[in-house]
Structure formats: structure tokens, C-alpha cells
Design a protein around this ligand. Structure first.
Ligand SMILES: CCCCCCCCCCCCC/C=C/C(=O)SCCNC(=O)CCNC(=O)[C@H](O)C(C)(C)COP(=O)(O)OP(=O)(O)OC[C@H]1O[C@@H](n2cnc3c(N)ncnc32)[C@H](O)[C@@H]1OP(=O)(O)O
Length: 298
């Protein structure tokens, strides 16, 4: 697959306890997170409200590598198995950066087996989040390009910090095509016409413009992002869980079913793209410019 790289572009807790101290069962599972090596997520569960927080904790930019994706999946798995857990807020431990998207280092001259595992992990995290039984809110406390935007789009509600932060699926600016399920998630959120523009132009939206097109639901001062997410979560939790969950399943089911049907084909296509020598040349050039980048928004 050919890749056209444009170097001008780019750049784009109440009893609540830290990771593991929540309830006994969760405490045990959380110990698992940090047993072998430092976890790249911080998980809290408020015993009183049933609301969990997952903080992406891979400084400096929370780029999604295999470990971070695996840690998110493990955390979600464990939270979803806990009956008392009804909601989850996804945020970052690094104010100013929610998530910089996929970790380019996972795609730069990778071993094919590792790259496949990486892509499958991304697919699994998307599928789990998009179909989660939990009420989910993204507390976007910083930049959220590409895969970062995708993560937030899986949630039921998005609160973003005011400031010079950008959010959007900017893949085309990098000479990449956002996979169909990235596109579907965007279209389901902002509608077909706006998604057409956003995806083809690789638009990175300012908070104000993201609010205008419905990409985010609230824009608040940075210090109010978590509080706003927690207050909004109470609204979602007033709805009987089963009714809310079945409605979500009906709304998102067709997108998830289409994804499952084409999941393997998607892995094969991406592998072909990543393993292509022209892609690797472009990525090498891009990685050099990444240090001197500047994101510009609409
Ligand atoms: C031409 C590319 C071709 C790639 C082809 C590969 C195949 C791909 C297959 C198809 C995939 C399609 C879907 C893709 C989805 C994605 O998510 S791709 C990732 C897109 N993300 C971005 O473009 C964001 C890039 N980063 C930034 O714009 C900025 O870093 C920031 C998020 C705005 C933060 O800025 P700032 O606070 O100024 O920090 P920096 O100094 O820029 O960064 C700190 C260090 O982190 C490194 N880094 C940043 N982003 C990434 C990343 N995504 N992956 C890996 N590393 C990253 C950055 O280089 C800095 O490193 P050091 O200089 O070593 O400190």
C-alpha cells in the first residue's frame, strides 16, 4: 500500500483508593497489575459509588504501545467482572496530554508477530470499550490526536479541558488511512457529513470546535474536568443499568458486528501497510520531525 507523506503536516476517589487499595477483590486483582513490572494504568474504584477511574499512566504522552493496551484490557476485564462496578472514567495522569495515539515505535521496523499482536490488542481494547456494560466517560485532560481520539470516542460521554488542546482523527495528515472502525466510531458520534470532512482532511479540532460538532459533550476549565465527569456520571447511573446497557447494545451492535466480521481482514491489511518498505521510509522521516512538531487545529 502506498503512503504519501507530507512533511509540512503532522503533528500533529468517599472511600476511594489508589490502584489497588479499593475493595478486597479488586485490591487482589490490582496487585496483579503491578506485580511484575510497573503498570501503565492507575485504577481506582470508589466502593460507595461503583465508579472506577482508569488513568493512562505512560508518560510523557501515553502513546499506546502493547503494554499500555494490555494493561487497559486487564483493568477493564477486572472492573467489568466486579458486579458493584457500574461506571468508568477514562483519563490521563499527565495533565496536558490525554493520549498521543498509537506508539509509532510499535510500527517502526517491527517484527511481524509483535506488530500483529499490537494491532490485535488495539482491536480488543476498542471492542471492549465500545461494547462495555459500564457507563463510560472520557475526561480528556489534554491533547487527544488519532488513537487518543479513538479511545475517547468509545466512551458514552466526553468532557474536555479548555485550552490549546486538539482532538481528532488526523491520520490522513500523516499519509495514513484511519481503519474503517475508526471511521465508523467517528461517524456514529458526529454524523456522516461532518465525519467525511473530519476524516478526509484529518481535522484536529480545538475544544470549542469539537464541542460545536458534537465530538465532545462538554468543555470545562482543566481543573474541573474530573469533577464534571464525576457529576455527569451520576446522571448516567440514575438510569437502571439493564435498560441503559441494552440500549447501548442496540445502538452500537451493528458497528461491533461489522467489525467482528472484518476483524481478521483488518489485521491483514494493516500488516501489509506496516511491513511495506515505503511505509517504513515515511515513518522514519516522520519520527525525525516528531521532535520539532506543532499541532494546528481548526
Ligand atoms: C508517516 C507516518 C506513517 C506511519 C505508518 C505506520 C503504519 C500505521 C498503520 C495504520 C495506523 C492507522 C491509525 C493510526 C493511529 C495513530 O494513533 S497514529 C499516531 C498519531 N499521533 C500523532 O500524530 C501525535 C504525535 N505527537 C504529537 O503531536 C505530540 O507529541 C503531542 C501529543 C501533541 C504532545 O506534544 P508535546 O507535549 O510537545 O510532547 P513531545 O515533545 O511532542 O513528545 C514527547 C516525546 O514523546 C514522543 N511521542 C509523541 N507522540 C508519540 C507517538 N504517537 N508515538 C511514539 N512517540 C511519541 C515524542 O517524539 C517525544 O519523544 P522525545 O523527543 O524522545 O522525548
Amino acid at each position: 500500500m502506498a503512503l504519501s507523506f507530507n512533511p509540512r503536516l503532522v503533528r500533529g476517589v468517599s472511600r476511594c483508593h489508589a490502584i489497588v487499595t479499593a475493595k478486597m477483590a479488586l485490591a487482589a486483582s490490582c496487585r496483579d497489575f503491578s506485580a511484575a513490572e510497573k503498570s501503565t494504568v492507575i485504577v481506582n474504584l470508589n466502593d460507595n459509588t461503583g465508579v472506577a477511574t482508569i488513568q493512562l499512566n505512560r508518560p510523557p504522552v501515553n502513546s499506546l504501545n502493547l503494554q499500555l493496551l494490555t494493561d487497559i484490557k486487564i483493568a477493564l476485564d477486572k472492573l467489568q467482572m466486579k458486579k458493584d462496578c457500574r461506571g468508568m472514567i477514562l483519563t490521563s495522569s499527565s495533565p496536558g496530554i490525554f493520549c498521543a495515539g498509537l506508539d509509532f515505535m510499535e510500527m517502526h521496523n517491527p517484527q511481524e508477530g509483535r506488530a500483529r499482536e499490537f494491532w490485535r490488542s488495539l482491536q480488543e481494547v476498542w471492542k471492549m470499550l465500545y461494547g462495555s456494560r459500564l457507563a463510560t466517560i472520557a475526561a480528556i485532560n489534554g491533547h487527544s490526536p488519532a488513537g487518543g481520539c479513538l479511545l475517547s470516542l468509545t466512551c458514552d460521554y466526553r468532557v474536555m479541558a479548555q485550552g490549546k488542546f486538539m482532538i481528532g482523527l488526523n491520520e490522513t495528515l500523516l499519509g495514513m488511512v484511519a481503519p474503517f472502525w475508526f471511521q465508523d466510531t467517528m461517524t456514529n458520534t458526529i454524523g456522516h457529513r461532518e465525519a467525511e470532512k473530519a476524516l478526509q482532511l484529518g481535522l484536529l479540532y480545538s475544544g470549542e470546535n469539537a464541542l460545536n460538532v458534537g465530538l465532545i459533550d462538554e468543555l470545562v476549565p482543566p481543573e474541573k474536568v474530573m469533577q464534571t465527569a464525576q457529576v455527569q456520571m451520576q446522571t448516567w447511573l440514575k438510569i437502571p443499568d439493564l435498560a441503559r446497557r441494552l440500549t447501548k447494545e442496540q445502538m452500537r451492535g451493528p458497528t461491533l458486528q461489522k467489525f467482528v466480521q472484518r476483524q481478521n481482514e483488518d489485521v491483514d491489511q494493516i500488516m501489509k501497510f506496516i511491513m511495506d518498505s515505503a511505509t517504513q521510509r515515511s515513518l522514519g522521516i516522520y519520527l525525525n520531525t516528531l521532535k520539532h512538531k506543532q499541532l494546528t487545529s481548526v
